[in-house]
Design a protein. Sequence first.
Length: 245
Amino acid sequence: MIIGFIGFGKVSQNLVKLIRSDEIRFISSKENRSQSTIEAIDRSGIEVLPTFEEVAKSADVLISANSPKTALEMAEKVGNYTKGIYLDLNNISRETTLEISGCVENFVDGAIIGKIDSNNPAMFLSGKLADKLLFLKDFINVKIISEEIGDVAVLKLLRSSYTKTLSALLIESYQIAKNHNLENEFFDVISITEGDDFKAKSLSRIENTLNNSKRKSEELEEIIDCFNGEELIMVKAALEKFSRL
């Protein structure tokens, strides 16, 4: 079994760590990758091919986990070269998911739910070929939602709208608390109802959001595109907040 990666960010890096089997090989490419990505590939010890076209041709499962902005472009560029399963894990809209499905064979719509680099992430899948990926249950929690392409895309964007809107509010409230020299008391007060680990989780969420505000803004834009007929007051406010970070 050969698993290929388009993109080698935290999602791909963590999957390599979790899917440990002598029967599975991992491949990717350094083609047009940033220096930080190249270094991550080198640290992982996975096999490197000259181009993503060759990765696509060689993979039994091709995983796209790069960014919402480039998901469709990469699918159009290399997706038709793979005869295996094409699994997209990007935070993209249902419409983008359906476009990708139209240009690649054997498509499965997927999402990693939970902290990207955790030891027990959940992988949600939809599509008629999703059961072909149930072998991953030996390594991570896999749940098939339905046979309909796009169902997971809707769920992951709904989850993203909640978590990113919450992150925007948390950053704003925390900044106000700091301005009043009450940041510790801020966490103490909310921990009464949210639990003793609220401070640690919140500081981790704040740091992650600040370090990845550009990517999170792209995901919010996908949400707005996907649900443009819905009332999205809080999502649009979160996008405005991220643009100021």
